[in-house]
Design a protein around this ligand. Structure first.
Ligand SMILES: C[S@@+](CC[C@H](N)C(=O)[O-])C[C@H]1O[C@@H](n2cnc3c(N)ncnc32)[C@H](O)[C@@H]1O
Length: 275
C-alpha cells in the first residue's frame, strides 16, 4: 500500500451545522435546498455540513471536471460551485495554458432512473448545461479475488475531483458463491476507483461520504502516491493524489488550482526507489 494516513484537517475536516448553514446562505443555496427538501416530503434530507464541505472544496481547489457517484442535493451544489468557477475563469486576466477536455462539467452517475429524473428536475436553467447524467447498473465482481462491485458504464472523463456517495447497496446486482447485496447488513464496496486510478492526474482529490469500510478497501489496493485524510468526529474520508506534475500543462493547471501546496509533494519515482 502506498497510501499515507494523515490526521490532518483539510479536506475532510469538521464543519459545524451553523457554519455550514451560513456558508450555504452566502452562496444563495440554503433556501433553494430547503424548498426542494420540502417538496420531496419524507425522503433523505439535505445534510448541510456535507453540502457546504463539497461546495467549498470545489471552489477552493478551482475544480474543472467533477465525477459524482450518487445523485441528489450534492449534484445541485457541485454544479453551482462549478458554475462559479467558470465565471471566475471567464473573468480572470491571466489564464494558464492547460489541457482539459471537458472544463466546468459535472458527470453524475446513478444506478437507476428514478433519482436521475428527480435530480434533473431540481436543476435550474443556470446549471442544467453543466451536468451530464449517466444511468448505469452496478454489478458484483471481484478485484484481486476480493468481492466488490463496479458500475457497468463510467463517464469517459478525467476528473480532478471525485465524490463517492453511491450506489445505494440495494441496487447492486448479482452474487458470488452465495454472497450478495440482498443482505442489508452488507456494506457497499465500490471498486471503480481502482479501474480508473492509472490515468488520474496528479492533484486529483477523492471524497467519500461515509462508506468507511469501502475507503479502507480502496486504501489497501491503490498503488499510486495518495495521502489519506480522516478527521475524528466526521464520517468523511479524503484521498489526494500527491504526485509531481507530469509536464508543463499539468504544472500550469496544478499551480492554478492548488497554488503552493504542491511543493510538499515528492517525486513518486523516488518514493518507489525508497521502498
Ligand atoms: C446517499 S444517496 C446520494 C445522495 C446525494 N449524493 C446527495 O448528497 O444528496 C444514495 C442514493 O440514493 C438515491 N437518492 C438521491 N437523493 C435521494 C433522496 N433525497 N432521498 C432518497 N434517496 C435519494 C440515489 O439513487 C443515490 O444514488
Amino acid at each position: 500500500m502506498r497510501a499515507k494516513q494523515i490526521s490532518g484537517k483539510f479536506p475532510s475536516g469538521k464543519i459545524g451545522e451553523e457554519e455550514a448553514v451560513s456558508y450555504l446562505k452566502e452562496q444563495s443555496l440554503y433556501e433553494e435546498l430547503l424548498s426542494i427538501a420540502r417538496s420531496q416530503g419524507d425522503r433523505i434530507k439535505p445534510k448541510f455540513r456535507d453540502l457546504a464541505r463539497l461546495h467549498s472544496i470545489v471552489r477552493q481547489r478551482k475544480c474543472l471536471t467533477v465525477l459524482e457517484f450518487g445523485v441528489g442535493f450534492s449534484t445541485l451544489v457541485l454544479a453551482d460551485a462549478l458554475q462559479k468557477n467558470k465565471t471566475d475563469w471567464a473573468e480572470a486576466d491571466d489564464l494558464p495554458e492547460i489541457r482539459e477536455a471537458f472544463p466546468f462539467s459535472l458527470h453524475s452517475v446513478d444506478s437507476g432512473d428514478k433519482w436521475i429524473e428527480a435530480t434533473k428536475n431540481i436543476l435550474t436553467d443556470r446549471l442544467k448545461d453543466l451536468v451530464q447524467f449517466y444511468n448505469s447498473p452496478v454489478k458484483v465482481d471481484h478485484f484481486n479475488g476480493k468481492m466488490c462491485h463496479f458500475y457497468e458504464q463510467l463517464p469517459d472523463v478525467v476528473p480532478d475531483f471525485i465524490y463517492i456517495d453511491g450506489p445505494d447497496p440495494a441496487t447492486v446486482k448479482g452474487e458470488i458463491n452465495g454472497q450478495s447485496w440482498n443482505n442489508p447488513a452488507r456494506v457497499v464496496m465500490s471498486a471503480d476507483l481502482l479501474l480508473i486510478e492509472p490515468f488520474l492526474m496528479p492533484g486529483t482529490l477523492v471524497l467519500f461520504d461515509g462508506r468507511t469500510l469501502n475507503a479502507r478497501f480502496l486504501a489497501s489496493h491503490i498503488y499510486r502516491n495518495w495521502d489519506i485524510y480522516r478527521t475524528e468526529g466526521t464520517d468523511v474520508t479524503a484521498m489526494e493524489l500527491c504526485e509531481m506534475p507530469l509536464g508543463q500543462l499539468n504544472l500550469n493547471l496544478m499551480k492554478y488550482q492548488l497554488g503552493d501546496s504542491i511543493h510538499k509533494w515528492s517525486e513518486p519515482l523516488n518514493r518507489l526507489k525508497e521502498k
